[in-house]
Design a protein. Structure first.
Length: 152
């Protein structure tokens, strides 16, 4: 005789209860939401090192986004994705958490033939806000992208 739906549900409930009671955590294979994940678009806005708006706009092509994540281990993760930028071009990427880290290059992206590329940057949280700035190494004063300032 095959088990009824009620029997199956009771067995599933008992198994889930055992997982929780034993402290085994989430059931394997079920995606869990990443804590503090935030997707932010790249723009041509010019931003000062303290995150305040500055005069001017970046003139280069392209766009993209950054997915910020702040897991419980005290790191800030910035997955930077550049799209439709200048093909075959290297861009410096900075994750700016304070004015003192403004000139620190944290990674780079060299775009492919369609102007795309990405980099994953991980660093300790060192401030209360952060933003990403991307500069074309051949024309850093004019060809750049930034994100809005986010809380960390």
């Amino acid at each position: 005789m095959f088990p009824t739906n009620r029997t199956r549900l009771a067995a599933l409930g008992a198994a889930a209860g055992a997982v929780v009671a034993l402290g085994l955590g989430p059931i394997a294979g079920i995606a869990q939401a990443a804590p503090h994940a935030l997707k932010v678009p790249l723009t041509t806005a010019n931003v000062n090192c303290d995150g305040s708006p500055a005069a001017g706009q970046g003139t280069g092509p392209g766009g993209g986004f950054v997915i910020y994540n702040e897991p419980a281990n005290g790191k800030l993760i910035a997955n930077v994705v550049l799209q439709n930028a200048r093909p075959g071009t290297t861009y410096n990427v900075r994750v700016i958490q304070s004015a003192s880290t403004c000139s620190q290059v944290d990674g780079s992206i060299t775009t492919d033939s369609s102007g795309g590329g990405s980099v994953n940057i991980q660093e300790p949280v060192s401030g209360t806000t952060a933003f990403v700035a991307i500069n074309n190494t051949g024309n850093p004063a004019n060809d750049y992208l930034t994100t809005q300032v986010i809380p960390t």
